[in-house]
Design a protein around this ligand. Structure first.
Ligand code: ADP
Ligand code: MG
Length: 355
């Protein structure tokens, strides 16, 4: 028998949990590094605890695995340096650095001729004056770093609201994006191996509630030309970054049908949870295949599906949610409970996929 590959996963949340679960199909042993006890991944894989900036513990963890991947994007720079020097890490840190910073991410889209929202930079007080003339209303202010699930962003309709929002964000460096008149949101998930093999899933249609993903639909029923364009952009990005692993690119389609790139995630993505039941290969298995340089699995759709996130107290109301009319056409459903220690409003507690 071939020796098993030990994959270290940084982050013990639900993404780490589902990665660990998928490894049983492959010749892989998952080991998790988590900064909190009782994390979802700890129930399915051997887990080591420590802060993400604890050099000593990070070094010890690296010593136990063959390569590193991550489910969590905000690994401190110093820890990244330690990992990078001693062991392969996928997706590549060069890609992570772009996606960690909205200014770099938008510049990357522009440099690669991928349309995105008009963006201004707000780093210091004097920038406020400078950008005043160029501002469009309404717009959205977003912190350049550490934003997720709509955290660290506000819409504003006039200059006073912008100032108030920036103060609420403690005047951290931000970008300001024109508000797109969104008809539809889609995401494209693709994978690339070190040998350069690429596979891209069909597009997913995402519906957000309070800036948090609520529902994903597959097929997305997107105009074929638009979907092809979004897939082409994603392939362009995978190649340009010499990417390895799963990448998700989020797009808006505006009221005129124009495709606009929003942001990228260098990891398995919430919208891709639907692939577990709906596609021949799940995004989690595909990610592990890619980072261990195995040939990629088929991404074909098996059955139409709809994924509903269970946010906060939803986890205690699954019966009611299942009885909703939009799910009534689906024959089967599969509940994924992340079994998080504490229910918090806005926290992703699980999801249901209707097939
Ligand atoms: N420029 C924009 N115009 C319109 N809606 C936006 C814009 N930027 C973000 N949103 C809405 O907010 C959601 C979250 O924003 P996003 O930039 O993806 O941040 P996060 O990192 O929190 O996912 C988007 O999916 C979209 O619904
Ligand atoms: Mg997003």
């Amino acid at each position: 028998m071939k020796k098993k590959i030990k994959v270290g996963i940084i982050g013990g949340g639900q993404l780490g949990m589902m990665l660990a679960e998928a490894s049983s199909k492959l010749n892989i042993v998952p080991l998790v590094y988590s900064n909190t006890k009782d994390s979802p991944a700890a129930r399915v894989a051997k887990t080591y605890y420590g802060d993400f900036n604890d050099d000593k513990k990070i070094r010890k963890f690296i010593g136990k695995v063959d390569l590193i991947t991550y489910e969590f994007e905000n690994i401190p720079t110093n820890s990244l340096k330690i990992i990078e020097k001693s062991i392969p890490i996928f997706p590549p840190i060069s890609a992570l650095k772009i996606t960690q910073d909205r200014v770099k991410e938008k510049k990357f889209f522009k440099d690669n001729n991928i349309p995105c929202a008009k963006t201004l930079i707000l780093k210091k007080i004097s920038d406020l004056k400078k950008i005043k003339k160029e501002l469009l209303y309404p717009s959205i202010i977003k912190t350049t770093r550490l934003g997720y699930d709509g955290k660290g962003q506000f819409s504003f309709k006039n200059f006073l609201e912008l100032e108030a929002s920036w103060y609420k964000l403690e005047k951290t460096p931000c970008i300001i994006e024109e508000k797109i008149n969104i008809k539809k949101e889609i995401s494209i998930i693709g994978a690339r191996t070190p040998s350069g093999e690429i596979k891209v899933y069909p597009s997913f249609n995402n519906i957000h509630k309070n800036h948090i993903l609520d529902i994903t639909k597959l097929p997305s029923r997107t105009n074929k030309k638009t979907e092809k364009l979004a897939i082409d952009y994603t392939i362009r990005i995978l190649k340009k970054l010499r990417y390895v692993g799963i990448l998700c690119v989020e797009f808006f389609i505006d009221k005129n049908g124009k495709l606009v790139a929003n942001e990228m995630a260098p990891r398995v993505h919430n919208s891709g949870h639907i692939t577990i039941e709906a596609c021949l290969t799940s995004q989690f298995e595909q990610h592990l295949r890619a980072i261990t340089n195995q040939s990629l699995g088929k991404v074909n759709l098996i059955k139409p599906a709809i994924m509903k996130n269970l946010i906060g107290n939803d986890i205690n109301n699954t019966k009611l949610i299942k009885s909703k009319k939009i799910f009534s056409n689906f024959k089967k459903s599969k509940l994924h409970n992340y079994k998080k220690a504490e229910i918090k409003s806005g926290r992703k507690m699980g999801h249901i996929t209707f097939i």
